[in-house]
Write a protein that binds this ligand. Structure first.
Ligand SMILES: NC(=O)c1ccc[n+]([C@@H]2O[C@H](COP(=O)([O-])OP(=O)(O)OC[C@H]3O[C@@H](n4cnc5c(N)ncnc54)[C@H](OP(=O)(O)O)[C@@H]3O)[C@@H](O)[C@H]2O)c1
Length: 315
């Protein structure tokens, strides 16, 4: 099969499709014929630096999500030919992921799905909708009366969070750090140019989804009303941990801080997401689509910030 395989820091322009053996099935693991997958910011981090970490299995086929067909269910309850999606749980980090024609994955992260959506639209869903869903509902308990701030909204996750917030009936305030990108978040009720300080500039925010991360987290905490919640999900600011964080002084009285990690997908949440998309006739947000043979171009365009929204690779 064809696959992307890396073992060291690799620039997008150095990515090649290599020949690899189709993985051999083993108990509890499912062989999937990949039909499509989305690209993620975290895969960019893996390729540019995280690959050096000791917990990354090397060489590794990257890719933290995919959609496809069960080629061999091994001893699991799945059936050959069944349509599935899969994500995270160590995929593309602890074991080989989806940048390949076939991928062997543990049953616990493979979810059977029934849908009329084509493979391309389906490929835009797993990681991005799961993370938006978990952040907005499991962590922020979002409801229609909320005013939702999405900080760093011009990314695949941000566009989906706007979409879900609006379907729910919330007031949505979205930010971007580039003035020329304000039109891209026009679905939100308010669009704000974020120059690093939002404290004192917003009114009535009850829930905040922070996609910039520790770089501005202290400022985000000061943007929500008493009783409000901040969910820290993204790391677009390039700062991954927060040194010198003083919970007593940095978290305003009566404000709650939580975080979401998409490593633990569940059948229940995947089913809820697919029903929500179907019941509300949502079109999954897609920025650009590339065939697998052009994955180097897709990754280069991602690094050059040429695509706004989810990049989908058709295999
Ligand atoms: N917690 C979790 O489990 C989890 C799961 C999924 C994703 N995430 C995180 O969520 C974030 C979004 O992920 P994604 O895959 O949706 O990203 P993505 O679609 O790959 O978007 C990346 C783009 O975000 C834009 N961006 C917006 N605001 C930015 C800012 N202030 N600083 C730098 N870049 C900014 C950049 O483009 P411009 O600079 O041109 O605007 C960049 O090209 C990432 O940090 C990712 O690691 C976390």
């Amino acid at each position: 099969m064809k696959a992307v395989i890396i073992d060291k820091v690799t620039k997008a322009e150095d990515i090649i499709l290599s020949e690899a053996e189709i993985p051999e099935v083993k108990k509890g693991w499912v062989l999937i014929k990949v039909k499509g997958f989305g690209l993620n910011h975290s895969e960019q981090i893996l390729r540019m630096s995280e690959i050096n970490a000791s917990y990354i299995h090397k060489p590794i086929i990257p890719g933290i999500e995919c959609v496809g067909i069960v080629e061999d269910p091994s001893d699991t309850d799945l059936k050959k030919g069944q349509k599935v999606m899969a994500l995270m749980g160590g995929m593309g980090r602890s074991f080989n992921g989806s940048y390949a024609e076939y991928t062997l994955l543990p049953r616990r992260i493979v979810f059977p799905i029934e849908t009329g959506l084509d493979w391309t639209k389906l490929a835009a869903i797993p990681e991005t909708y799961f993370t938006a869903w978990g952040s907005l509902f499991e962590c922020l308990h979002l409801g229609e009366k909320d005013t939702l701030l999405i900080r760093g909204a011009t990314c695949a996750l941000g566009y989906v969070a706007i979409q879900i917030g609006k379907v729910l009936g919330c007031k949505v305030i979205a930010t971007t750090h580039r003035g020329n990108k304000l039109p891209l978040i026009k679905e939100a009720d308010e669009q704000i140019l974020d120059e690093g300080v939002l404290t004192g500039k917003l009114n009535g925010v009850t829930k905040a989804l922070d996609l910039i991360g520790p770089k501005y987290l202290k400022d985000t905490l000061k943007c929500v009303e008493k009783g409000g919640i901040v969910c820290q999900t993204g790391l677009l600011g390039g700062v991954y941990t927060l040194n010198g964080f003083d919970p007593i002084k940095d978290i305003p009285n009566g404000v709650y801080l939580t975080g979401f990690f998409s490593n633990y997908p569940s059948d229940k949440m995947i089913n809820e997401i697919m029903s929500f998309i179907s019941e509300n006739s949502l079109c999954p947000c897609i920025g650009a689509v590339y065939p697998f043979v052009n994955i180097r171009q897709a990754l280069t365009d991602m690094d050059d910030h040429k695509v706004d929204g989810k990049i989908v690779i058709e295999v």
